[in-house]
Design a protein around this ligand. Structure first.
Ligand SMILES: Cc1ncc(COP(=O)(O)O)c(C=O)c1O
Length: 443
């Protein structure tokens, strides 16, 4: 059977990869395999397996960083918890876009929000004796679970698909009321499903976190990228939805990788609620030398992880945030392109026999953004990942994200510009035609 990518090459490379199941490989493993198939076949894939920003970093950030480097900051250790200029701008950013007050002292940069996630789980899981569990509201970013595993923290999870709206309350409460959960984590907008929690759902999460003293770890890796409402004007409603308006027991993890196209600089932001920062926990002193949460966070946690964040990146991000906060740079407008791509790419998939897996936020159609999820009749997600390789399309299985929708795959739009849409459409049409006739490339 003839496929856009020669079957012999795909099969050989899969065999050589020694992966037990290609469809269940991690993002990075798949990324490597697809690179090898591309090299051998000389053909470009429609690469949708990895969430890499596909846009240029803002000039303001680049110039800010170059300027700082030229002034010699590269020779000097930055403060663990961030330079004052950046802490001030993070606090202002949180106020202007989330309508939430967090003191600059409680805002800190991290080495990507990835490190922020690691550090926040490390602290939240050791804050109160016996309350070391992390509850993941799935589907989720697989690496976050790996982080909890590396930290030795017990993990629990459930797929939120069937528990949207009011139903979330009754699903969540039994986990939190056990007394073994130190923190719950979710991303909003969600990687991989791009669901966005409604204000009602965030209210439920917030209220239960307060009632059971569980920290909400809100991963805002795709900050401001729900394009259905215009949240791009600083200090003006509507504000970006956040649990911080419903509880004072939160840590916000904000990435600059996607919203600001700064993934390579590995700088993210953490904002710890004022109350939590100043609170104490009976589990902290043994691990971090202090029972004060904020102090332990910085002088026990941050110190031992990386002792701060690249000095010049901090200046680059601070300069950008200043422009964003002042309304001189509209970061949402700069990344709206992803929403436009998703709209067209979803159409190409659904016109060719695929269906959307996660498709609603309560009664609203899902937003178009960085990711979407699709399924094709007769395939599990893992099988679909493998079969799509023969058609020059790469994605990851939803099964690897804790989703109970094992029939689906996650597609990321970031590396597929408009110039590739025709090719994507052709490959999907061929896929559909072949499978309507009952042919399968993977055998
Ligand atoms: C949900 C989620 N959290 C965290 C991250 C990591 O962000 P950063 O690049 O800031 O470390 C990502 C990146 O893909 C993500 O999707």
């Amino acid at each position: 059977m003839e496929t856009p990518i020669a079957g012999t090459i795909v099969r050989d490379k899969i065999r050589e990869s020694k992966l037990a199941c290609v469809g269940l490989a991690s993002i990075r493993e798949l990324n490597r395999l697809v690179g090898e198939i591309e090299e051998e076949s000389g053909q470009r894939f429609i690469r949708m397996e990895m969430g890499i920003p596909g846009l240029d970093p803002p000039e303001i950030a680049v110039d800010g960083e170059i300027c700082a480097l030229k002034k010699g900051v590269g020779a000097i250790y930055p403060p663990f918890d961030g330079i004052a200029y950046l802490k001030y701008e993070i606090s202002r950013f949180v106020k202007r876009f989330l309508d939430t007050d967090v003191q600059p002292a409680h805002c800190l940069p991290t080495v990507g929000s990835m490190q922020g996630c690691f550090l926040s789980m490390m602290m939240a899981g050791r804050r109160i004796k016996g309350r070391d569990g992390i509850l993941f509201i799935d589907p989720g970013f697989p690496v976050n679970k790996k982080q909890a595993q590396v930290l030795g923290l017990p993990r629990e999870s459930f797929d939120v698909y069937d528990y949207r709206g009011d139903r979330l309350h009754d699903k969540l409460e039994p986990y939190l009321s056990t007394g073994r959960i130190g923190a719950l984590m979710y991303s909003n907008p969600n990687n991989p499903a791009w669901i966005c929690f409604t204000e009602k759902e965030l209210g439920i999460i917030g209220e239960l976190c307060t009632r059971y003293d569980v920290i909400a770890l809100e991963d805002l890796a795709y900050f401001g990228m729900d394009f259905r409402q215009d949240t791009s004007r600083p200090g003006t409603p509507p504000f970006i939805p956040t649990v911080a308006r419903y509880t004072d027991n939160y840590i916000l993890l904000i990435s600059s990788s996607k919203s600001f196209s700064m993934a390579g600089q590995r700088i993210g932001m953490t904002a710890i609620s004022d109350r939590l920062f100043d609170s104490t926990g009976d589990g902290l002193a043994t691990w971090f030398g202090s029972d004060r949460f904020g102090y332990a966070y910085i002088f026990g946690g941050m110190y031992s992880l990386s002792s701060g964040v690249c000095h010049s990146s901090q200046y680059g991000l601070a300069k950008l945030l200043e422009a964003v906060n002042d309304g001189r740079y509209n970061f949402v407008e700069a990344v709206k392109e992803y929403g436009d791509r998703a709209r067209t790419m979803k159409r190409l998939f659904t016109e060719n026999g695929f269906s959307l897996v996660y498709d609603r936020d309560e009664d609203q159609p899902l937003a178009d953004g960085f990711y979407f999820t699709v399924a094709y009749p007769g395939f599990t997600g893992a099988q679909l990942v493998e079969e799509l390789l023969y058609y020059g399309i790469s994605a990851i299985s939803l099964e690897t994200t804790g989703s109970s929708r094992t029939e689906g795959v996650r597609a990321c739009v970031s590396l597929t510009g408009k110039d590739r849409f025709e090719e994507l459409g052709d490959r999907l049409a061929k896929f559909d035609a072949d499978h309507q006739c009952g042919r399968r490339a993977m055998g």
